[in-house]
Design a binder for this molecule. Structure first.
Ligand SMILES: NC(=O)c1ccc[n+]([C@@H]2O[C@H](COP(=O)([O-])OP(=O)(O)OC[C@H]3O[C@@H](n4cnc5c(N)ncnc54)[C@H](OP(=O)(O)O)[C@@H]3O)[C@@H](O)[C@H]2O)c1
Length: 288
């Protein structure tokens, strides 16, 4: 199998590349320097043939998206559409990454692939437009919706908590009324390879098994690295972030399990594995 990864130097793209290397799957890593997904000419000229094109390229700074609207739309909607159109014309299977933020989080139960969509923020709106353009291109596509990613590269929630602990903070404050399922990109990369090997099409949710609030997640990080630090519960309203987030956007992954006969690892297993390899965790654990 040969896989082309667009946005391949980002957080998920690099862990997917590592997962491919471990399984001796050939990859071509292309990031904005090699191929600009917002330019039809660039994609037409530089996209190689492969068994799968995986589009990880995106504008992912959710709060900044509220003001950097033009760039966000160009990447998440127009760019996804350009890639899909060219893949369809060349009959290349496309795996497009999408997000739980296309949902409003008001269902009160995990969202399935067929539940109604209603983004609450501009990032979610552009990702949904991207999904629609991928579907309209009518190629061989698979849209994978995932959520609350953290990986070895780049910034993430766990590092933000560990940084505060490393700085000697004796108490933390974390939002308690947003529930999702934090997902380690190493685990997601493994699931992506499984769903590609299953040759799935359409829309499939993939995220960690289980669910927790950010406050619970922070509690598990603290318990595993510096037990005893109190964590005050905050509300979303207190945070006053530019982008509105869904309150409950857990993804139902039953379809993924049906297609692959594999259950995604739990968020606790993801956290445990991540902390084994995150240098900041060792630093915090070693502090007196
Ligand atoms: N992060 C999450 O929590 C989360 C949750 C749900 C879904 N997702 C989706 O999962 C996918 C991967 O997310 P991620 O967090 O791994 O993203 P990421 O780390 O932000 O990586 C995106 C990559 O795309 C590159 N890029 C930017 N503009 C480009 C262009 N015009 N052409 C080609 N590449 C370009 C970026 O380069 P620069 O860094 O140089 O800009 C970066 O390397 C995205 O589709 C995202 O929407 C993410």
């Amino acid at each position: 199998m040969k896989i082309v990864i667009l946005g391949g130097k980002g957080m998920l793209g690099s862990d997917l590349n590592d997962a491919c290397a471990a399984q001796k799957i050939e990859t071509v890593i292309l990031d904005v320097q090699e191929i600009d997904i917002t330019s039809e000419a660039s994609v037409a000229k530089n996209l190689p043939d492969a068994d799968w094109i995986v589009n990880c390229a995106a504008f992912t700074r959710v709060d900044d998206a509220e003001k950097e609207r033009e760039l966000c739309f160009r990447l998440n909607a127009t760019g996804a559409g350009i890639v899909a159109k060219i893949c369809a014309a060349r009959k290349l299977p496309l795996l497009q990454l999408s997000t739980d933020y296309i949902f409003d989080g008001k269902l009160g139960r995990p969202c399935t692939e067929t539940d109604p969509v209603k983004p609450l923020n501009y990032y979610g709106l552009t990702k949904l437009e991207g999904e629609k353009l991928v579907q309209a291109a009518a190629g061989n596509f698979l849209i994978v919706r995932t959520q609350s990613l953290y990986g070895l590269r780049g910034r993430n929630f766990i590092k933000a908590i560990l940084n505060q602990l490393a700085q000697g903070k004796t108490s933390l404050r974390v939002v308690a009324d947003q529930v999702s399922s934090p997902t380690f990109t190493v685990h997601l990369a493994d699931c992506l390879l499984r769903i590609m090997k299953a040759n799935a099409r359409g829309i499939v949710n993939i995220a960690s098994s289980g669910q927790c609030s950010w406050h619970e997640f922070a509690g598990a990080i603290v318990a595993a690295t510096k037990p005893g630090i109190p964590i005050e519960k905050l509300t979303t309203a207190q945070l006053n972030f530019p982008a509105t987030r869904p309150a409950f956007s857990v993804l139902d992954t039953a379809l993924y399990t049906k297609l692959t006969a594999h259950k995604p690892p739990t968020w606790q297993q993801g956290l445990e594995r991540y902390l084994e390899v995150e240098p900041l965790a060792a630093q915090v654990r070693g502090m007196k």
